[in-house]
Design a protein around this ligand. Structure first.
Ligand code: RET
Length: 247
């Protein structure tokens, strides 16, 4: 595509990204297939979750094809395992994926907890701020990037607090099966989401690990946060009537 970059993924990184793309695609078909086994009014979680993995499949198709990135100047450094150079491949396509999918993941969770819609709306808006500050910070080359990072972390702290406190209590009040499903999926999400800013700090932020390692770090997180989370959520809902959640 005519752009040159010093610090980029290799064929190994690309192969791994193709593997994640395959996992996302297969999960989408699996979730949609499971949807067909349910009456239409009981398919909301299948549809939301399949949409999440479908968007991720397209994002991983882009990254595996070495598209959806832009070169960003980084400090010259010679870290073990990283080629020294002037600029690094920054995959902005991740943030387009996250801008669409993280609100859907929160919808999955907050619908499960039966939260009132104004609360859900506000948590999702804070989530959008988190993703956009992460994108802008990734594209800024000066140390101001860390200012954006801090805004993003404050937003994440609000979201996690909401999940482990308000939403968890709300889910428990709706019944044991709903409480348990929310506990599993909400805990998995809270744990995994806290690892994303760490990945950002050593990749887009600090340029500490190579883009191949970045592909593996984010790739494993994404497979746990989307297909594994989705399977757990859909399984948890097998005996829950959506009418009890006000859906
Ligand atoms: C950024 C950088 C700015 C600070 C914070 C971040 C958090 C990102 C998160 C992303 C979650 C993505 C998921 C994707 C699904 O596959 C934007 C990295 C806090 C929490 C769950």
């Amino acid at each position: 595509n005519g752009k040159t970059v010093d610090i980029a993924i290799t064929t190994h990184g690309s192969d791994f990204l193709w593997a994640v793309c395959a996992v996302m695609t297969c999960s989408s078909f699996a979730f949609l297939g499971l949807a067909l086994t349910k009456p239409r009014q009981n398919r909301i979680f299948h549809y939301i979750t399949a949409a999440i993995t479908l968007v991720a499949a397209v994002a991983y198709f882009s990254m595996a094809s070495n598209l959806g990135w832009t070169p960003i100047d980084v400090e010259f450094r010679r870290t073990p395992g990283i080629v020294s150079g002037r600029n690094r491949e920054i995959f902005y396509v991740r943030y387009i994926d996250w801008f669409i999918t993280t609100p859907l993941l929160l919808m999955d969770l907050l619908l499960t907890a039966g939260m009132p819609w104004p609360t859900t709306l506000f948590v999702i808006l804070i989530d959008e701020i988190m993703i956009v500050t992460g994108l802008v910070g990734a594209l800024v080359k000066s140390r101001y990037k860390w200012g954006y990072f801090v805004f993003g972390c404050v937003a994440l702290a609000y979201i996690v607090f909401h999940l482990v406190w308000d939403a968890r209590k709300h889910a428990n009040a709706l019944g044991r099966d709903i409480g348990r499903t929310f506990l599993y999926c909400g805990s998995l999400t809270s744990l995994l989401w806290i690892l994303y800013p760490i990945a950002w700090g050593v990749c887009e932020g600090g340029n500490v690990i190579a883009p191949d390692s970045e592909a593996v770090f984010y790739g494993i997180l994404d497979m746990l946060a989307k297909p594994v989370f989705g399977a757990l959520l859909i399984w948890g809902h097998r005996n829950i009537d959506p009418a009890r959640l006000g859906i």
